[in-house]
Design a protein around this ligand. Structure first.
Ligand SMILES: [Zn+2]
Length: 214
């Protein structure tokens, strides 16, 4: 047993236990996951997993608390209080985000035998790092970590697709590759006649490539 306290002044008790987890019965469904900025994730089924609605409001509260902290003089009595307030808001945001990711990953692992993900880390490091991108990268790392250990518990497989795989530029129906696919294009029409939603198409390509990569 470990007792600890975080920067937000919250106390935690952790218990280490040994437990046998029974794998889930196998299922016939596989899924491809495209992790993005506009949606937390887009699935090859066409479903969008959105970021929680409260996130924008929480962010406003956080920047308000950070501004209040920056106005307090160093060594002032109320500075420690302002710092604690920032830590509390931040802890609530992180907790809610983690809770949301747990629900999403548990559902994906229950419903699917193979979960294919694109590895976006290197690709994104080469581009400008916007704050939204940083958050989406952090979510991706947590999402992948949770999927991997839950898959191991329940007898599922997580496959990370090559980071250079051109999932956005390929047509998931005919396989033709487009020269370019700028980020602002959300929908496109392939010469074969199929209309694609950018992220759904990418998720389908990730699913098709996933089992071949493993
Ligand atoms: Zn096509």
């Amino acid at each position: 047993m470990t007792v600890s306290r975080d920067a937000a002044g919250r106390w935690f008790v952790s218990l280490l236990v040994e437990e046998k987890i029974a794998p889930l019965p196998p299922v016939g469904r596989n899924v491809g996951v495209d992790v993005g900025i506009t949606a937390l994730a887009t699935l090859s089924t066409g479903e969008k997993v959105v970021n929680p609605r409260y996130e924008r409001r929480d962010r406003r509260k956080l920047s308000k608390a950070q501004r209040a902290l920056s106005r307090k003089a160093k060594g002032a009595n109320n500075r420690a209080e302002a710092r604690l307030r920032v830590a509390r808001v931040y802890a609530r945001i992180a907790g809610r985000r983690r809770d949301h990711l747990h629900k999403v990953t548990t559902r994906l692992v229950r419903e699917n035998q193979v979960i294919a993900l694109e590895d976006p880390t290197v690709r994104n490091m080469l581009k400008n790092r916007s704050p939204a991108r940083a958050v989406s990268d952090a979510s991706w790392r947590d999402l992948r970590g949770m999927l991997e250990y839950k898959a191991a518990w329940y007898g599922r497989t997580v496959v990370a697709v090559d980071r250079w795989f051109p999932s956005s530029r390929l047509c998931s129906v005919c396989g033709a590759s487009q020269e370019m696919m700028p980020l602002n294009i959300r929908e496109w029409v392939c010469p074969c006649g199929v209309v694609h939603h950018r992220d759904v198409n990418a998720a389908r390509n990730v699913l098709a490539a996933g089992p071949a990569e493993s």
